[in-house]
Design a protein around this ligand. Sequence first.
Ligand SMILES: [Zn+2]
Length: 254
Amino acid sequence: MEMRQLSEIAKRLRDSRSVLFITGAGISADSGLPTYRGIGGLYEQEETDEGIPIEAALSGAMFRRDPALTWKYIHQIESSCRDAGPNRAHHAIAELERRFERVWTLTQNVDGLHHAAGSRNIIDIHGDVHRLLCTRCGHRWRVGSYFGLDIPPSCPECASLVRPEVVLFGEMLPLDRSRVLQTELMRGFDAVFSIGTTSVFPYIAEPILDARRRGRLTVEINPGTSEVSHVVDYRLRMGAAAAMDAVVQALDRP
Ligand SMILES: [Zn+2]
């Protein structure tokens, strides 16, 4: 383990008041979730049973045409995270949210594990499979899991078609979350961590690039190489749980 890097990161964190954590499928890998491509990274097959690409099954266009088909795969994604709980990395982020003046978590994951760990300032830019929305009356609610839910579910208020509040392929990012992200990025962060994401989406890479331009602390936690590996101040080539544990320990060391 890179002890010198860790103590330097801790030293700079002690002088920080605001921290942004950017997380991707890699953070949930330590909870046993697969890090495949697809919505929230939770998909391994190239094609569905129906012989169409998974991107087509999980697209906004397919949901309008054949919502039951889209729901079938949304349900599979939810099933794969049903027994998973937050790991040390999710818990460490939630704990650091209480320690620093201003902490936000920008996540690509739709598994709701930051929420489960107790983080409050979450920008789940691709949504969360546990949040449901009626397509007709706008009724919104949150479920702990899909257990006991009819698939596709119908609205308890008006019996119309319900969708999960996730960004399907070909859909725009949710406006409310994009606005919060823009506002918080304008305020800036003293430190930005990129954890377990390849940063292929510009809105995931940009906060790191921006922090770098402003001379703020930038850290990447990723056993592999990503789009931002070459720009960060520090690279911890480790899994998310071990790395976040080490960061918290280094912060606690006098
Ligand atoms: Zn309704």
